[in-house]
Design a protein around this ligand. Sequence first.
Ligand SMILES: Cc1cc2nc3c(=O)[nH]c(=O)nc-3n(C[C@H](O)[C@H](O)[C@H](O)COP(=O)(O)OP(=O)(O)OC[C@H]3O[C@@H](n4cnc5c(N)ncnc54)[C@H](O)[C@@H]3O)c2cc1C
Length: 403
Amino acid sequence: MDFSFSEEQGLLRKTVRQFVDKEIMPFIREWDEKQIFEANILTRLADLGLMGVCIPEQYGGSGMDYNSLAIVCEELERGDTAFRTAVSVHTGLNSMTLLQWGTEEQKQKYLTPQAKGEKVGAFGLTEPNAGSDVAAMQTTAVKQGDYYILNGSKTWISLCDVADHFLVFAYTDKSKKHHGISAFIVERQWEGFSSKAIKGKLGIRAGNTGEIFFDNVRIPKENLVGQEGEGFKIAMSALDNGRFTVAAGACGTIMASLEASLKYCHERSTFGKEIGKHQLVQQMIAKMEAGLQQSRLLVFRAGWLKNQGKRNTRETSLAKWQACDYAYEAANDAVQIHGAYGFSNEYPVERYLRNAKAPVIYEGTREIHTVMQAEYVLGYREDKPLSNTLPAWPFEEAKETVK
Ligand SMILES: Cc1cc2nc3c(=O)[nH]c(=O)nc-3n(C[C@H](O)[C@H](O)[C@H](O)COP(=O)(O)OP(=O)(O)OC[C@H]3O[C@@H](n4cnc5c(N)ncnc54)[C@H](O)[C@@H]3O)c2cc1C
Protein backbone atom coordinates (compact mmCIF):
# COMPACT_ATOMS: atom_id res chain seq x y z
CA MET A 1 0.00 0.00 0.00
CA ASP A 2 1.35 3.41 -0.92
CA PHE A 3 -0.53 6.48 0.31
CA SER A 4 1.82 9.06 -1.21
CA PHE A 5 1.11 11.27 -4.17
CA SER A 6 3.57 11.64 -7.02
CA GLU A 7 5.36 14.91 -7.64
CA GLU A 8 3.17 15.38 -10.71
CA GLN A 9 0.01 14.94 -8.63
CA GLY A 10 1.30 17.44 -6.04
CA LEU A 11 1.92 19.95 -8.80
CA LEU A 12 -1.52 19.28 -10.25
CA ARG A 13 -3.17 20.02 -6.89
CA LYS A 14 -1.19 23.26 -6.59
CA THR A 15 -2.13 24.33 -10.12
CA VAL A 16 -5.86 23.73 -9.64
CA ARG A 17 -5.81 25.41 -6.22
CA GLN A 18 -4.14 28.52 -7.63
CA PHE A 19 -6.59 28.55 -10.53
CA VAL A 20 -9.58 28.29 -8.18
CA ASP A 21 -8.23 31.00 -5.84
CA LYS A 22 -7.62 33.39 -8.72
CA GLU A 23 -10.32 32.66 -11.26
CA ILE A 24 -13.29 31.36 -9.24
CA MET A 25 -13.19 32.54 -5.60
CA PRO A 26 -13.32 36.32 -6.28
CA PHE A 27 -16.39 36.01 -8.53
CA ILE A 28 -18.36 33.02 -7.33
CA ARG A 29 -20.68 34.88 -4.95
CA GLU A 30 -21.90 37.08 -7.81
CA TRP A 31 -22.25 34.18 -10.27
CA ASP A 32 -24.21 32.23 -7.65
CA GLU A 33 -26.45 35.19 -6.81
CA LYS A 34 -27.16 35.98 -10.48
CA GLN A 35 -27.38 32.32 -11.52
CA ILE A 36 -24.70 32.80 -14.16
CA PHE A 37 -22.77 29.82 -15.55
CA GLU A 38 -19.37 31.21 -16.52
CA ALA A 39 -18.55 28.96 -19.50
CA ASN A 40 -15.20 30.67 -19.91
CA ILE A 41 -13.98 28.69 -16.89
CA LEU A 42 -14.19 25.54 -19.02
CA THR A 43 -11.99 27.16 -21.68
CA ARG A 44 -9.45 28.06 -19.01
CA LEU A 45 -9.57 24.51 -17.62
CA ALA A 46 -8.93 23.24 -21.15
CA ASP A 47 -5.87 25.51 -21.42
CA LEU A 48 -4.51 23.78 -18.32
CA GLY A 49 -5.21 20.31 -19.76
CA LEU A 50 -7.87 19.66 -17.12
CA MET A 51 -10.81 18.75 -19.36
CA GLY A 52 -9.28 15.35 -20.08
CA VAL A 53 -6.84 14.86 -17.26
CA CYS A 54 -7.11 11.03 -17.15
CA ILE A 55 -7.72 10.47 -20.86
CA PRO A 56 -4.75 8.93 -22.74
CA GLU A 57 -2.62 11.40 -24.70
CA GLN A 58 -3.40 9.52 -27.91
CA TYR A 59 -6.99 10.78 -27.53
CA GLY A 60 -6.07 14.36 -26.68
CA GLY A 61 -5.94 13.99 -22.87
CA SER A 62 -3.21 14.64 -20.32
CA GLY A 63 -2.60 10.90 -19.72
CA MET A 64 -2.55 11.16 -15.92
CA ASP A 65 -3.98 8.49 -13.63
CA TYR A 66 -7.57 8.28 -12.35
CA ASN A 67 -6.68 9.64 -8.90
CA SER A 68 -5.44 12.78 -10.63
CA LEU A 69 -9.02 13.31 -11.78
CA ALA A 70 -10.05 13.03 -8.12
CA ILE A 71 -7.51 15.70 -7.18
CA VAL A 72 -8.91 18.05 -9.84
CA CYS A 73 -12.46 17.45 -8.58
CA GLU A 74 -11.54 18.01 -4.93
CA GLU A 75 -9.85 21.29 -5.68
CA LEU A 76 -12.52 22.53 -8.09
CA GLU A 77 -15.33 21.87 -5.63
CA ARG A 78 -13.41 23.75 -2.97
CA GLY A 79 -14.24 26.71 -5.25
CA ASP A 80 -17.78 25.74 -6.22
CA THR A 81 -19.80 22.62 -6.93
CA ALA A 82 -20.86 24.00 -10.33
CA PHE A 83 -17.45 23.56 -11.94
CA ARG A 84 -16.79 20.16 -10.42
CA THR A 85 -20.20 19.09 -11.69
CA ALA A 86 -19.18 20.27 -15.16
CA VAL A 87 -16.02 18.14 -15.04
CA SER A 88 -18.02 15.22 -13.63
CA VAL A 89 -20.39 15.12 -16.58
CA HIS A 90 -17.86 16.07 -19.23
CA THR A 91 -15.01 13.76 -18.17
CA GLY A 92 -16.52 11.26 -15.72
CA LEU A 93 -19.85 10.50 -17.35
CA ASN A 94 -19.17 11.23 -21.01
CA SER A 95 -15.48 11.07 -22.02
CA MET A 96 -14.56 8.11 -19.82
CA THR A 97 -17.59 6.23 -21.15
CA LEU A 98 -16.42 6.82 -24.72
CA LEU A 99 -12.95 5.66 -23.68
CA GLN A 100 -14.46 2.47 -22.26
CA TRP A 101 -17.22 1.71 -24.76
CA GLY A 102 -16.63 3.84 -27.87
CA THR A 103 -15.44 2.63 -31.27
CA GLU A 104 -12.11 3.92 -32.55
CA GLU A 105 -14.03 6.21 -34.90
CA GLN A 106 -16.11 7.61 -32.00
CA LYS A 107 -12.96 8.16 -29.98
CA GLN A 108 -11.37 10.12 -32.81
CA LYS A 109 -14.48 12.13 -33.63
CA TYR A 110 -15.91 12.84 -30.17
CA LEU A 111 -13.54 11.84 -27.37
CA THR A 112 -10.45 13.60 -28.73
CA PRO A 113 -11.94 17.11 -29.07
CA GLN A 114 -13.64 16.63 -25.68
CA ALA A 115 -10.40 15.64 -23.95
CA LYS A 116 -8.70 18.69 -25.47
CA GLY A 117 -11.60 20.82 -24.23
CA GLU A 118 -12.49 22.00 -27.73
CA LYS A 119 -15.93 20.41 -27.33
CA VAL A 120 -17.98 19.84 -24.19
CA GLY A 121 -19.75 16.57 -23.38
CA ALA A 122 -22.78 15.89 -21.15
CA PHE A 123 -24.96 12.98 -20.04
CA GLY A 124 -28.69 12.53 -20.57
CA LEU A 125 -30.22 9.73 -18.53
CA THR A 126 -32.84 11.25 -16.18
CA GLU A 127 -36.37 11.97 -17.40
CA PRO A 128 -39.34 13.67 -15.74
CA ASN A 129 -40.67 10.24 -14.65
CA ALA A 130 -37.42 8.28 -14.52
CA GLY A 131 -34.67 9.13 -12.03
CA SER A 132 -33.57 6.29 -9.74
CA ASP A 133 -35.85 4.01 -11.75
CA VAL A 134 -33.95 4.30 -15.04
CA ALA A 135 -36.04 1.70 -16.86
CA ALA A 136 -39.13 3.93 -16.50
CA MET A 137 -37.69 6.18 -19.21
CA GLN A 138 -39.90 6.98 -22.21
CA THR A 139 -37.44 8.34 -24.77
CA THR A 140 -37.28 6.12 -27.85
CA ALA A 141 -34.86 5.63 -30.73
CA VAL A 142 -36.44 3.85 -33.69
CA LYS A 143 -34.18 2.44 -36.39
CA GLN A 144 -34.92 3.67 -39.92
CA GLY A 145 -32.31 2.65 -42.48
CA ASP A 146 -28.95 4.13 -41.52
CA TYR A 147 -30.44 6.32 -38.77
CA TYR A 148 -32.18 6.09 -35.42
CA ILE A 149 -35.05 8.56 -34.93
CA LEU A 150 -34.91 9.95 -31.40
CA ASN A 151 -38.00 11.30 -29.62
CA GLY A 152 -38.49 12.30 -25.99
CA SER A 153 -36.89 14.50 -23.36
CA LYS A 154 -34.45 14.44 -20.47
CA THR A 155 -34.46 16.63 -17.39
CA TRP A 156 -32.00 17.84 -14.76
CA ILE A 157 -29.22 17.62 -17.33
CA SER A 158 -26.03 19.39 -16.30
CA LEU A 159 -24.57 21.64 -19.05
CA CYS A 160 -27.84 21.37 -21.01
CA ASP A 161 -27.28 24.74 -22.75
CA VAL A 162 -23.50 24.45 -22.93
CA ALA A 163 -22.52 20.97 -24.11
CA ASP A 164 -21.86 20.14 -27.76
CA HIS A 165 -22.26 16.36 -27.40
CA PHE A 166 -24.68 14.41 -25.23
CA LEU A 167 -24.54 10.74 -24.31
CA VAL A 168 -28.25 9.93 -24.48
CA PHE A 169 -30.09 6.78 -23.38
CA ALA A 170 -33.26 5.66 -25.12
CA TYR A 171 -35.38 2.57 -25.68
CA THR A 172 -34.72 0.75 -28.92
CA ASP A 173 -36.98 -2.09 -27.73
CA LYS A 174 -39.26 -1.33 -24.81
CA SER A 175 -40.48 -4.93 -24.51
CA LYS A 176 -37.01 -5.99 -23.33
CA LYS A 177 -37.07 -3.55 -20.37
CA HIS A 178 -33.48 -2.89 -19.10
CA HIS A 179 -32.12 -4.93 -22.01
CA GLY A 180 -33.95 -2.74 -24.54
CA ILE A 181 -32.13 0.51 -23.69
CA SER A 182 -29.36 1.77 -25.99
CA ALA A 183 -26.77 4.56 -25.74
CA PHE A 184 -26.16 7.21 -28.42
CA ILE A 185 -23.95 10.22 -29.05
CA VAL A 186 -26.19 13.15 -29.96
CA GLU A 187 -24.94 16.51 -31.22
CA ARG A 188 -26.57 19.77 -30.15
CA GLN A 189 -26.44 21.17 -33.66
CA TRP A 190 -28.72 18.48 -35.12
CA GLU A 191 -32.22 19.43 -36.17
CA GLY A 192 -34.88 18.66 -33.58
CA PHE A 193 -32.60 19.19 -30.56
CA SER A 194 -33.39 21.95 -28.07
CA SER A 195 -32.62 22.80 -24.43
CA LYS A 196 -33.93 24.96 -21.61
CA ALA A 197 -32.29 25.78 -18.27
CA ILE A 198 -34.05 25.27 -14.93
CA LYS A 199 -33.98 28.44 -12.82
CA GLY A 200 -34.64 28.83 -9.10
CA LYS A 201 -32.51 25.89 -7.94
CA LEU A 202 -31.66 25.53 -4.25
CA GLY A 203 -27.96 25.17 -4.99
CA ILE A 204 -25.37 24.92 -7.78
CA ARG A 205 -26.86 28.20 -8.93
CA ALA A 206 -23.63 29.03 -10.74
CA GLY A 207 -24.14 25.86 -12.77
CA ASN A 208 -26.21 25.19 -15.88
CA THR A 209 -28.86 22.48 -15.38
CA GLY A 210 -32.03 21.86 -17.33
CA GLU A 211 -34.05 20.01 -19.91
CA ILE A 212 -33.14 18.70 -23.35
CA PHE A 213 -35.73 17.81 -25.96
CA PHE A 214 -35.58 15.52 -29.00
CA ASP A 215 -38.10 16.00 -31.77
CA ASN A 216 -37.40 13.43 -34.50
CA VAL A 217 -33.63 13.85 -34.13
CA ARG A 218 -31.81 11.74 -36.75
CA ILE A 219 -28.86 9.89 -35.22
CA PRO A 220 -26.49 8.18 -37.69
CA LYS A 221 -26.17 4.49 -36.81
CA GLU A 222 -22.42 4.98 -36.26
CA ASN A 223 -23.32 6.98 -33.13
CA LEU A 224 -24.73 3.97 -31.31
CA VAL A 225 -22.36 3.34 -28.36
CA GLY A 226 -21.82 -0.36 -27.65
CA GLN A 227 -24.43 -2.76 -28.97
CA GLU A 228 -28.18 -2.23 -29.18
CA GLY A 229 -29.60 -3.15 -25.76
CA GLU A 230 -26.35 -2.46 -23.87
CA GLY A 231 -27.43 1.04 -22.82
CA PHE A 232 -28.39 0.22 -19.23
CA LYS A 233 -25.07 -1.51 -18.62
CA ILE A 234 -23.21 1.41 -20.20
CA ALA A 235 -25.14 3.95 -18.10
CA MET A 236 -24.28 2.07 -14.90
CA SER A 237 -20.60 1.81 -15.82
CA ALA A 238 -20.61 5.55 -16.67
CA LEU A 239 -21.95 6.16 -13.16
CA ASP A 240 -18.98 4.27 -11.68
CA ASN A 241 -16.85 7.09 -13.04
CA GLY A 242 -19.28 9.94 -12.44
CA ARG A 243 -19.81 8.90 -8.82
CA PHE A 244 -16.05 8.77 -8.30
CA THR A 245 -15.77 12.44 -9.32
CA VAL A 246 -18.77 13.39 -7.14
CA ALA A 247 -17.19 11.67 -4.13
CA ALA A 248 -13.88 13.43 -4.73
CA GLY A 249 -15.67 16.75 -5.14
CA ALA A 250 -17.46 16.21 -1.83
CA CYS A 251 -14.02 16.20 -0.17
CA GLY A 252 -13.58 19.67 -1.66
CA THR A 253 -16.78 20.85 0.04
CA ILE A 254 -15.50 19.49 3.35
CA MET A 255 -12.16 21.25 2.81
CA ALA A 256 -13.91 24.54 2.07
CA SER A 257 -16.26 24.15 5.07
CA LEU A 258 -13.30 23.40 7.31
CA GLU A 259 -11.23 26.30 5.98
CA ALA A 260 -14.00 28.84 6.52
CA SER A 261 -14.83 27.41 9.95
CA LEU A 262 -11.23 27.41 11.19
CA LYS A 263 -10.85 31.05 10.20
CA TYR A 264 -14.07 32.00 11.94
CA CYS A 265 -13.20 29.98 15.07
CA HIS A 266 -10.12 32.14 15.54
CA GLU A 267 -11.89 35.42 14.70
CA ARG A 268 -15.02 35.14 16.82
CA SER A 269 -15.02 35.23 20.61
CA THR A 270 -17.81 34.50 23.08
CA PHE A 271 -17.69 34.31 26.84
CA GLY A 272 -14.15 35.70 26.80
CA LYS A 273 -12.56 33.14 24.47
CA GLU A 274 -12.26 32.19 20.80
CA ILE A 275 -15.21 30.01 19.84
CA GLY A 276 -12.68 27.36 18.74
CA LYS A 277 -11.95 26.84 22.43
CA HIS A 278 -15.52 25.69 23.17
CA GLN A 279 -15.68 21.91 23.15
CA LEU A 280 -18.97 21.65 21.27
CA VAL A 281 -17.50 23.76 18.46
CA GLN A 282 -14.42 21.54 18.52
CA GLN A 283 -16.72 18.55 18.09
CA MET A 284 -18.00 19.98 14.82
CA ILE A 285 -14.45 20.70 13.63
CA ALA A 286 -13.32 17.19 14.58
CA LYS A 287 -16.26 15.65 12.66
CA MET A 288 -15.30 17.64 9.56
CA GLU A 289 -11.70 16.44 9.79
CA ALA A 290 -12.79 12.83 10.31
CA GLY A 291 -15.22 13.09 7.38
CA LEU A 292 -12.55 14.52 5.11
CA GLN A 293 -9.93 11.89 5.94
CA GLN A 294 -12.34 8.95 5.74
CA SER A 295 -13.87 10.16 2.47
CA ARG A 296 -10.47 10.68 0.89
CA LEU A 297 -9.37 7.16 1.77
CA LEU A 298 -12.51 5.74 0.15
CA VAL A 299 -12.10 7.91 -2.95
CA PHE A 300 -8.44 7.12 -3.50
CA ARG A 301 -9.07 3.40 -2.95
CA ALA A 302 -11.68 3.51 -5.72
CA GLY A 303 -9.18 5.41 -7.92
CA TRP A 304 -6.51 2.85 -7.14
CA LEU A 305 -8.86 0.09 -8.32
CA LYS A 306 -9.50 2.04 -11.53
CA ASN A 307 -5.75 2.36 -12.05
CA GLN A 308 -5.50 -1.44 -11.74
CA GLY A 309 -8.26 -1.86 -14.34
CA LYS A 310 -10.45 -3.58 -11.71
CA ARG A 311 -14.19 -3.27 -11.35
CA ASN A 312 -15.04 -0.81 -8.56
CA THR A 313 -18.82 -0.34 -8.56
CA ARG A 314 -19.13 -1.37 -4.91
CA GLU A 315 -16.21 0.71 -3.64
CA THR A 316 -17.18 3.77 -5.69
CA SER A 317 -20.78 3.62 -4.46
CA LEU A 318 -19.54 3.50 -0.84
CA ALA A 319 -17.20 6.44 -1.43
CA LYS A 320 -19.95 8.50 -3.11
CA TRP A 321 -22.51 7.80 -0.40
CA GLN A 322 -20.21 8.49 2.53
CA ALA A 323 -18.35 11.49 1.09
CA CYS A 324 -21.57 13.26 0.07
CA ASP A 325 -23.19 12.66 3.46
CA TYR A 326 -20.07 13.93 5.24
CA ALA A 327 -19.93 16.97 2.94
CA TYR A 328 -23.54 17.89 3.65
CA GLU A 329 -22.94 17.53 7.41
CA ALA A 330 -19.72 19.56 7.20
CA ALA A 331 -21.44 22.39 5.33
CA ASN A 332 -24.34 22.32 7.80
CA ASP A 333 -21.93 22.49 10.74
CA ALA A 334 -19.97 25.27 9.03
CA VAL A 335 -23.16 27.37 8.96
CA GLN A 336 -23.76 26.49 12.63
CA ILE A 337 -20.26 27.58 13.60
CA HIS A 338 -20.82 30.93 11.87
CA GLY A 339 -24.01 31.51 13.86
CA ALA A 340 -26.29 34.14 12.30
CA TYR A 341 -23.52 35.27 9.94
CA GLY A 342 -23.58 31.81 8.39
CA PHE A 343 -27.17 32.46 7.45
CA SER A 344 -26.27 35.21 4.97
CA ASN A 345 -24.14 35.20 1.84
CA GLU A 346 -21.70 37.58 3.47
CA TYR A 347 -19.87 34.32 4.22
CA PRO A 348 -19.56 31.44 1.72
CA VAL A 349 -20.81 28.68 4.02
CA GLU A 350 -24.51 29.08 3.17
CA ARG A 351 -23.58 28.39 -0.47
CA TYR A 352 -21.69 25.26 0.58
CA LEU A 353 -24.78 24.00 2.38
CA ARG A 354 -27.11 24.69 -0.56
CA ASN A 355 -24.64 23.16 -3.01
CA ALA A 356 -23.96 20.09 -0.87
CA LYS A 357 -27.59 18.94 -1.09
CA ALA A 358 -27.49 18.12 -4.81
CA PRO A 359 -24.72 15.48 -4.65
CA VAL A 360 -26.72 13.63 -2.00
CA ILE A 361 -29.44 13.36 -4.68
CA TYR A 362 -27.67 12.98 -8.03
CA GLU A 363 -25.70 10.00 -9.36
CA GLY A 364 -27.61 7.68 -7.07
CA THR A 365 -29.47 9.13 -4.09
CA ARG A 366 -28.30 8.43 -0.55
CA GLU A 367 -31.06 5.82 -0.29
CA ILE A 368 -30.01 4.02 -3.49
CA HIS A 369 -26.40 3.75 -2.27
CA THR A 370 -27.54 2.61 1.17
CA VAL A 371 -29.58 -0.16 -0.43
CA MET A 372 -26.71 -1.10 -2.76
CA GLN A 373 -24.27 -1.46 0.12
CA ALA A 374 -26.72 -3.55 2.13
CA GLU A 375 -27.33 -5.80 -0.89
CA TYR A 376 -23.60 -6.35 -1.42
CA VAL A 377 -23.09 -7.31 2.20
CA LEU A 378 -26.18 -9.54 2.27
CA GLY A 379 -25.06 -11.30 -0.90
CA TYR A 380 -28.06 -10.13 -2.98
CA ARG A 381 -25.87 -8.13 -5.37
CA GLU A 382 -22.71 -9.19 -7.14
CA ASP A 383 -20.81 -7.49 -9.96
CA LYS A 384 -19.91 -9.57 -12.99
CA PRO A 385 -16.98 -8.64 -15.25
CA LEU A 386 -17.96 -6.19 -18.02
CA SER A 387 -17.21 -6.84 -21.69
CA ASN A 388 -15.44 -3.46 -21.91
CA THR A 389 -13.23 -2.08 -19.16
CA LEU A 390 -11.50 1.25 -18.66
CA PRO A 391 -7.84 0.95 -19.60
CA ALA A 392 -5.60 0.38 -16.59
CA TRP A 393 -3.04 3.08 -15.79
CA PRO A 394 -0.20 3.61 -16.85
CA PHE A 395 -1.84 3.55 -20.27
CA GLU A 396 -0.26 1.29 -22.89
CA GLU A 397 1.21 4.20 -24.88
CA ALA A 398 2.88 5.55 -21.72
CA LYS A 399 4.33 2.11 -20.92
CA GLU A 400 5.81 1.98 -24.41
CA THR A 401 7.48 5.38 -23.90
CA VAL A 402 9.00 4.22 -20.62
CA LYS A 403 10.59 1.10 -22.23
C1 LIG B 1 -28.20 19.59 -9.83
C2 LIG B 1 -28.53 18.30 -10.50
C3 LIG B 1 -27.81 17.91 -11.63
C4 LIG B 1 -28.15 16.72 -12.30
N1 LIG B 1 -27.46 16.38 -13.45
C5 LIG B 1 -27.84 15.27 -14.14
C6 LIG B 1 -27.22 14.96 -15.41
O1 LIG B 1 -26.28 15.65 -15.85
N2 LIG B 1 -27.68 13.89 -16.11
C7 LIG B 1 -28.71 13.11 -15.65
O2 LIG B 1 -29.07 12.15 -16.35
N3 LIG B 1 -29.31 13.37 -14.46
C8 LIG B 1 -28.92 14.44 -13.70
N4 LIG B 1 -29.54 14.74 -12.50
C9 LIG B 1 -30.67 13.92 -12.07
C10 LIG B 1 -30.35 13.00 -10.90
O3 LIG B 1 -29.45 12.00 -11.28
C11 LIG B 1 -31.68 12.42 -10.36
O4 LIG B 1 -32.34 13.51 -9.76
C12 LIG B 1 -31.47 11.29 -9.39
O5 LIG B 1 -31.09 10.13 -10.05
C13 LIG B 1 -32.72 10.98 -8.55
O6 LIG B 1 -33.84 10.82 -9.35
P1 LIG B 1 -35.19 11.62 -9.03
O7 LIG B 1 -34.83 13.04 -8.80
O8 LIG B 1 -36.15 11.32 -10.12
O9 LIG B 1 -35.70 11.04 -7.66
P2 LIG B 1 -36.59 9.70 -7.48
O10 LIG B 1 -35.92 8.56 -8.12
O11 LIG B 1 -37.99 9.99 -7.87
O12 LIG B 1 -36.52 9.53 -5.90
C14 LIG B 1 -37.36 10.24 -4.98
C15 LIG B 1 -37.05 9.77 -3.57
O13 LIG B 1 -37.37 8.37 -3.44
C16 LIG B 1 -36.23 7.65 -3.01
N5 LIG B 1 -36.19 6.34 -3.67
C17 LIG B 1 -36.40 6.06 -4.98
N6 LIG B 1 -36.26 4.76 -5.23
C18 LIG B 1 -35.93 4.19 -4.05
C19 LIG B 1 -35.64 2.84 -3.63
N7 LIG B 1 -35.61 1.82 -4.49
N8 LIG B 1 -35.35 2.62 -2.33
C20 LIG B 1 -35.35 3.65 -1.42
N9 LIG B 1 -35.61 4.93 -1.75
C21 LIG B 1 -35.90 5.20 -3.05
C22 LIG B 1 -35.04 8.50 -3.44
O14 LIG B 1 -33.88 8.20 -2.68
C23 LIG B 1 -35.58 9.90 -3.19
O15 LIG B 1 -35.43 10.22 -1.85
C24 LIG B 1 -29.19 15.90 -11.79
C25 LIG B 1 -29.88 16.29 -10.63
C26 LIG B 1 -29.55 17.46 -9.98
C27 LIG B 1 -30.29 17.84 -8.74
